[in-house]
Design a protein. Structure first.
Length: 764
């Protein structure tokens, strides 16, 4: 999928920020005397919201419990009156999401006793300021405790696998920092930032107003430090699980490293003497020793590393590869996709789309949104984005611009995935039209276009057209690619599949073997592409009646897929279906049902409800029940298949023929002969419109109709139909093929019914 170009740099200012939580905390204040119309109550709420924005007010203990149960993701704090607390605390103390409880009362001494029995009660207070200070510390401590630290051995850092095992937020925030530093922010950004802080109570209103009026880049540290209220030592003794660690950091100022600086002259607090390290500073861990066993105190030695460290450079290079895009905002959105945050990426792309007036940029953002939805399997939404991209491009680009071709190709690919092959074909042809006007005759991109169109004709059952386009693609690839190039294998494979469908099996086998030969020269033996060739060769052998060879190749394919693909991958479904088909041909019906059942289970999980491949799965199971003479079980499967085919395929598609035949057989077996004949004739009519004169599928139609006339006692009509089937089989299949034996047997059966035993015997 190609990304559209951008005609101008993106503006540095995102549109007005949405309302969202600055913190992931919930504060519940429960007290029977709360009156939100009272000024004192309003002041208390305002002070609490300066610490945690999400405050829920309850006047009954049951309300508090209900609120806590409703909020699953937030960490919770509770402030309760003393009288409520004695009954409420036992009910909520065991909730994992609850971090701390504070008692807000008028008489501390009254509640000091019972509160000692509950470890989550962190304080009893008569004024809200003390509670706010305690809350502020608790929130800060939880934030600090949630910061991830990764430890990696020196000899592990050269391994790509181990780099992938690093704490993901390290890589994410490294690129985030680079992107933020690359963005240019003006006065509007300051206004948006302060508006966000006001809406989400990120700091006091006084400091927000001061920040808005006085902010300069050199005051950034001062602005942040002034809102610091508590030291880390506050109430640490209350948590018996905390272990004290004294970090001894060795820093050589002469060694190039991540930036660090003393902020003594910049801090809001005059007495503060701190060193501020840049994000993503990396230390090597030295000695670790216990210095006070009684108080659980340890000393850990750190040494600041050099930026020239070869192992760390591997990590840095790996991270840099993640940052792609022309602007910081686009790089951030692309990063969100890579770290598995598609919803956040979508939100950012939509914001960028709304904010810019540049239609080239809008088209680029639509392209990325389409890619996102494609990756999520939401093909209809992907199409809507790609169509919007196309609309913008058509307004601003020349009619033969290559980006228009890319958009047509993207839309076609979505329709292809949805099983809407006629629409996909239309857009692939639009793509080809531009390529033919703008590229040399033997350009590889033209071969891709021919191949795409051939694939659509193949899916639609128009095999002569498919063969024509596949051969054009092959011709270009033979002229422009090395003899063992994988794209040549693809062309040989595609042509082999067409010959398979038109029953020229020796040609099909030849092309599939050419494809396999190329893969053997260029790919490891367990590569999934080998499975494709093994399956294709197995399918040909199955049609030729060489079932042991067919099963051998299909089992090779399945073995590779099971090692290399997820358990619900469509290629695994195909492999199970192929093996089921062989067992069906050899009358091992229980095995066939097992494999067809596995096929159906995967397709139901991975495909849209009306995808044509699901119809194939339903038909496969129905056919096995036919052969097992369990006719009552077959109809639901064939009817589901027909319903899907009628919704998703052209009226003359071969899969419709299969459904008509199968339903006809069901009615035939159940003695409903007129209905059976109707479906048999529908199948024959489509075959007459779409297949060459002596295609073996005609024999299927004539045999079905002949068997029906035999059942109704119309023996002359039955004999005529079976003889037509035999004539076709003699021309279309090898002399030892099972279809020939069936045709002779059918003719013999009719002569038996007619009492002409001398004529029946040679046929049997």
């Amino acid at each position: 999928m190609s990304e559209s170009n951008e005609n101008a740099a993106a503006s540095s200012n995102i549109c007005q920020p949405r309302q969202c939580m600055a913190q992931n905390y919930l504060l519940v204040w429960v007290d029977g005397s709360i009156d939100e119309t009272n000024k004192d109550c309003q002041d208390t709420l305002a002070q609490l919201k300066n610490v945690i924005n999400n405050v829920k007010v309850c006047t009954q203990p049951d309300q508090c419990i209900q609120v806590l149960n409703q909020f699953d993701r937030e960490r919770a704090f509770v402030i309760t009156s003393g009288s409520f607390g004695q009954h409420l605390v036992p009910e909520i103390h065991g909730m994992p999401k609850l971090d701390a409880i504070y008692i807000f009362c008028g008489d501390k001494s009254r509640h000091q006793g019972w509160t000692q029995n509950w470890t989550k009660i962190k304080g009893v207070s008569t004024n809200v300021k003390e509670i706010c200070q305690a809350l502020q510390f608790a929130v800060k401590q939880r934030d600090q405790n949630s910061i991830a630290i990764s430890f990696l051995r020196v000899n592990e850092m050269a391994s790509t696998e181990n780099l992938n095992q690093l704490e993901p937020t390290f890589m994410y925030t490294q690129i985030l920092k680079d992107n933020l530093l690359d963005m240019q922010h003006g006065e509007q950004a300051v206004k948006q930032f302060t508006a966000y802080c006001r809406n989400n109570y990120c700091m006091s209103l006084t400091n927000i107003n001061r920040f808005e009026k006085e902010y300069r880049a050199e005051l950034a540290i001062w602005c942040i430090e002034q809102d610091k209220a508590l030291g880390l030592a506050y109430s640490a003794s209350e948590n018996v699980d905390l272990i004290g660690i004294l970090f001894i950091m060795s820093i050589d100022p002469c060694i190039k490293s991540a930036p660090f600086a003393s902020i003594k002259e910049k801090s809001y607090f005059e007495e503060e003497d701190e060193i501020l390290f840049s994000m993503h500073t990396v230390f090597r861990v030295g000695a670790i020793k216990e210095i006070d066993n009684e108080n659980q105190l340890y000393q850990v030695e750190f040494q600041l590393t050099s930026n020239d460290d070869p192992q760390l450079r591997l990590l840095t290079d790996r991270i840099r590869e993640e940052a792609v895009g022309k602007t910081g905002w686009v790089r951030l959105a692309n990063l969100l996709i890579k770290i598995g945050q598609p919803n956040k990426a979508e939100e950012l792309y939509n914001a960028l789309f709304e904010q810019t007036s540049n239609e080239g940029q809008k088209a680029a953002y639509c392209n990325q949104l389409g890619y996102l939805k494609d990756d999520q399997g939401d093909y209809e939404k992907a199409i809507s984005y790609y169509e919007k991209e196309l609309e913008l491009q058509q307004k601003n680009l020349p009619p033969n611009h290559f980006l228009l071709a890319t958009s047509y190709n993207n839309i076609a690919s979505m329709y292809h995935k949805m099983g809407n092959y006629s629409k996909a074909l239309s857009f692939f042809k639009n793509d080809l039209e531009i390529q033919q006007k703008t590229l040399p005759l033997n350009h590889p991109r033209l071969a891709t276009s021919y191949n795409n169109i051939g694939s659509m004709y193949y899916k639609m059952g128009e095999y002569s057209a498919a063969l024509s386009f596949y051969e054009r693609a092959l011709e270009i690839r033979q002229k422009t690619l090395p003899e063992n190039h994988p794209d040549l294998a693809t062309s040989y494979n595609n042509i082999g599949m067409v010959y398979h469908k038109i029953e020229e099996y020796s040609k099909a086998l030849s092309f599939h073997e050419k494809a396999l030969e190329i893969k053997q020269q260029s790919l490891p033996s367990s590569h999934p592409d080998f499975a494709t060739s093994y399956n294709n060769i197995g399918l040909v052998y199955n049609k030729m009646g060489e079932y042991s060879k067919a099963l051998s190749f299909h089992e090779k394919a399945l073995e590779i897929y099971q090692k290399t693909l997820p358990s619900n991958h469509p290629d695994l479904a195909n492999s199970y279906a192929n093996i089921g088909s062989v067992y069906n041909s050899t009358a091992e019906f229980s095995k066939a049902l097992t494999f067809f059942g596995k096929e159906l289970e995967i397709r139901q999980k991975s495909l849209s409800p009306n995808h044509s491949d699901l119809a194939t799965s339903y038909n496969n199971i129905g056919l096995v029940y036919h052969k097992m003479d369990e006719y009552s079980k077959a109809p639901p499967f064939h009817e589901k298949a027909l319903e899907i085919c009628q919704k998703s395929l052209p009226l003359s598609h071969p899969d419709l023929v299969t459904s008509y035949d199968n339903i006809g057989i069901v009615h035939h077996r159940m003695g409903e002969f007129s209905k059976a004949l109707s479906f048999y004739e529908k199948a024959l009519e489509i075959r007459q419109k779409t297949l060459r004169l002596n295609h073996s599928d005609f024999a299927t139609s004539y045999n079905n109709i002949g068997s029906l006339y035999e059942s109704t006692g119309e023996y002359s009509k039955a004999l005529s139909s079976h003889e037509k089937a035999l004539e076709i089989c003699q021309k279309a299949v090898p002399s030892n093929h099972l279809h020939l034996a069936q045709s002779y047997n059918n003719i013999g059966s009719v002569y038996d019914r007619m009492g002409e035993y001398s004529k029946a015997l040679p046929s049997h």
